[in-house]
Design a protein around this ligand. Structure first.
Ligand code: ADP
Length: 184
């Protein structure tokens, strides 16, 4: 485990579904109807209640699907967490100049929901870096900058835990933000 920014950002490896935190962020797709990767793991661990809440959100607020970069909250079903914050990261396309901003939006809008709910601790998976193909070394500085900026403005959430499935993913993240830590 590695602590950055006076302990407000924590990097660690593990299965995000097992965490006892206020909110777990789901790297969802715009349908909010579940999928593979961390999305599938969260719905399996939480049970059908989460999908039921997602259906209601789709009907009432987002009949066309949740736009990329936006976020919504549901309960966490059978999991130890209190909330799931579902966000949609960008599907990586090299030639699209909005990629970095859309990834930052996914993190910032998730943090904003946690702030508005008055939550202490939020846990993030490495959004978009799986099936969605966002290069891990390019995502890392965007994520770190977004968190650092948000934390400079707001007291809540107090902490963000970045969960990496593999140690090698965490190593890439750290290596990619090295210059930014040295500067601060
Ligand atoms: P996306 O579609 O946004 O790329 P994925 O679920 O394919 O999302 O992958 C995002 C990241 O989540 C990947 O680095 C993957 O290894 C990781 N991951 C998958 N399952 C879990 C889990 N249970 N806990 C934490 N991270 C996970």
């Amino acid at each position: 485990m590695i602590e950055l920014e006076n302990g407000r950002i924590i990097l660690e490896t593990g299965d995000i579904t097992q965490l006892h935190v206020d909110a777990i962020v789901n790297a969802a797709n715009s349908s909010l109807m579940g999928g593979g990767g961390v999305d599938g793991a969260i719905h399996r661990a939480g049970g059908p209640e989460i999908l039921r809440e997602c259906r209601i959100i789709r009907q009432r607020q987002f009949p066309q699907g949740l736009p990329t970069g936006e976020a919504v909250a549901t309960g966490a079903g059978n999991m130890k967490a209190r909330y799931i914050i579902h966000t949609v990261g960008p599907i990586f396309k090299k030639e699209d100049s909005r990629m970095d901003e859309l990834l930052a939006n996914a993190y910032i809008n998730s943090l904003s929901i946690a702030r508005d709910l008055g939550l202490q601790t939020i846990a993030f998976p490495a959004i978009s870096t799986g099936v969605y193909g966002f290069p891990k070394d390019r995502a890392a500085p965007i994520v770190f900058k977004s968190l650092r900026h948000f934390f400079s403005l707001y007291q809540r959430p107090q902490k963000a835990r970045l969960l990496f499935f593999k140690q090698s993913d965490m190593d890439i993240f750290l290596e990619s933000i090295k210059g930014m830590i040295d500067e601060s």
